[in-house]
Design a protein around this ligand. Sequence first.
Ligand code: MG
Length: 233
Amino acid sequence: MKQITHYLVLVTIFISTLASARIIETNAMEEILPHITKKTWVVFDLDNTVMEPTQTLGSDQWFDYLVKQTGSVEQAIELWESVQAHTRMQPVEEGTPILIQRLQARGYKVFALTARPQSLNSVTVKQLASLGVRFSKIVSIGPTSNKGDTLLNELSQAEVLPPRVVFVDDKQKHVKNVEEALDTAGIDNIEFRYGAADPKVRAFNAKIAAIQLRHFQNTGIIISDSQARAILP
Ligand SMILES: [Mg+2]
C-alpha cells in the first residue's frame, strides 16, 4: 500500500510538471510555428532573438559585460547606444525575417517586446528594416523593467483578448516573468527560451570589444571581430 501511495505521488508530480512545462528551450525559430493557433499573439524579443550586430561591439553580451564592469546601467546604455546607430545588424537565424513576414501575411498580431530603451526606437526600426523586418509595434521598456508586467498592460488595452500568447526571448528571466504574468492573468501562453545566440554569448571576448570600441571612438569606423583579433596584443 505504501508503495502504491508512493507511486501515485510520483505520477501526480509528473503530471503537474507536464501541465506547467510551457517554457520550451529551442535553437530553431521554426519550432514556434506548430504552437501558433488561431488569433495567437506572437511576441518577439529583439536582441539575440531576432537580430544581432555583425561583430562583438554593440552586442547584448557586450552590454551585459558593460553593466558588470561599470556597475552602472545608465553608463552601459550610453556606450551601447552610441554604437547602435552605426553598426550593421544580421538576423540571429537566417530564416527569421521571412518567418516573421509570413506570420504577418497570415494576419497574426506580431510585435516586438524589447528591453531596449524607448529613446532608441528610430534606430531600432532602421536596424530591423535592414533585415526586412517591420513590426506593427515595438514596445521598448528599458533594461530594468519586467516584460511580464508590460505584456499584461498591452493585453489590458486590447479590444479582444487573444486565446494564446507565444513569446520568444533569449533571456530566461524575461521568459519566466512573462510566463508568471500570463499564468496569473489566466491567458494560455507558451514561452520559448531561444538559444541560437548562446554560443556567441559564451564566447564573448572583452578584449575584442575593447579594441573595437577604441577604434570606433577614434575613427567612427567599426571593425570586424577578425580585424580586431589581428591587432590583439
Ligand atoms: Mg534578448
